[in-house]
Design a protein around this ligand. Structure first.
Ligand SMILES: O=c1[nH]cnc2c1ncn2[C@@H]1O[C@H](CO)[C@@H](O)[C@H]1O
Length: 355
């Protein structure tokens, strides 16, 4: 399968777009990885060209989340502990997003996984966030795209949680708008431990915005989504497809309470979260039931996708209407983590439909 080859035309998607679920460390250009790896003499499993890097990292056959996350172990050493590389990745992501008509995106990453401060490295998690912010500021200036950071806790790494909370509390002025919890190759179990759960409760008290990876992988299914909403006070859900199987809770949280779901269609099939049967994809039901969802790429480094290739899949394969795809942009604007005044501006831009 290919995420980007499903239709040549992108004209019908020529409206302002918002992406809420993008892993910044999963959005590194293959060409940048190749160039930096060469310079640093890091072996990317023998890759001798950008094409080789692509072949090595991209998943184009339905697999599982562990396989997708294993790719991060191969390429993260190329950018971690390197402020200039992180700034560059942030800047280039703004350029890539502007090319496909994204006007605002929230990029998530674990500041801890992008440095080795615990091993005495000179870059700290705070330095990581500041480097990325510098890239976003330059990107915003040069490409007119607004970008903000969501800081991830990592499943199984409970000891990062309190520092993530401190950083999210103190670094709002360098573009931090919220927190998340994601997985990594060492585990993507959605039953998050007490430090992470309590940290999310405290974040809610402090008014820090919250999203949680739930209902994507593992054996917890819809339970992890309900837990994220009820116990972790999550305002949005990363993925969340599995809630659809649980009629009562789906009706309660997705249909009635209108919790926002950050859907990533291509990723959902590649990670095995959803079976490869596009017309039966949960998004079709979500459209019919008026669920509050938006559409994102998740990890372009691993899926070779863009928001436009995702919209194409949603329309041509899953069967969503163009109206629904536009509504997804408004849903995203209304559910984004920007402060109220900036959010109003973004909502207005989406309503106007002009760049
Ligand atoms: O689809 C996903 N589900 C769970 N975790 C993910 C997914 N994509 C990426 N990451 C994880 O999130 C970390 C921070 O950005 C990444 O380093 C990766 O391990």
């Amino acid at each position: 399968m290919s995420s980007s080859s499903m239709s040549p035309s992108s004209d019908e998607y020529n409206f302002p777009k918002i992406e809420l679920h993008l892993h910044l460390d999963g959005a590194v250009r293959h060409s940048t990885l190749f160039e930096l790896a060469q310079k640093k003499k890091i072996d990317l499993q023998g890759a001798k060209s950008v094409e080789d890097v692509k072949k090595l990292l991209v998943t184009h056959e339905p697999a599982n989340l562990a396989k997708v996350l294993a790719a991060f172990d191969i390429f993260l050493p190329v950018i971690k502990n390197d402020a200039a590389a992180l700034e560059r990745v942030a800047y280039e992501t703004c350029e890539d997003q502007s090319k496909v008509g994204v006007i605002y995106f929230e990029a998530r990453y674990s500041p801890h996984l992008l440095c080795d401060s615990d091993k005495g490295d000179k870059l700290s998690p705070k330095d990581v966030i500041e480097a990325i912010h510098r890239g976003f500021i330059r990107g915003e200036k040069d490409f007119g795209v607004k970008a903000r950071s969501i800081l991830c806790c990592i499943s199984g790494f409970e000891d990062f949680a309190n520092e993530v909370l401190d950083l999210a509390t103190t670094l709002k002025d360098v573009g931090v708008v919220g927190i998340d919890v994601a997985g990594c190759s060492k585990g993507a179990d959605e039953s998050y431990g007490p430090e992470i759960v309590n940290m999310f409760k405290e974040a809610a008290k402090r008014g820090i915005h919250r999203t949680v990876h739930a209902g994507e992988s593992g054996s917890f299914g819809s339970k992890s989504v309900v837990h994220a909403i009820v116990e972790m006070k999550s305002e949005r859900i990363g993925h969340g497809y599995r809630l659809t199987e649980d009629t009562e809770n789906y009706q309660k949280y997705a249909v009635k309470e209108q919790i926002h779901f950050e859907a990533c269609p291509y990723s959902s099939v590649m990670t095995g979260a959803v079976p490869l049967n596009w017309p039966m994809h949960p998004l079709k039901k979500w459209e019919k039931d008026g669920v509050n969802f938006s559409i994102s790429t998740d990890d372009p480094t691993c899926f070779d996708n863009t928001v436009i290739s995702e919209l194409r899949i949603a329309k041509n394969e899953i069967g969503l209407s163009l109206e629904q795809l536009k509504k997804c942009q408004l849903n995203a604007a209304k559910s984004c983590f920007l402060p109220e005044d900036e959010k109003v501006e973004i909502i207005q831009k989406i309503k106007n439909g002009k760049f």
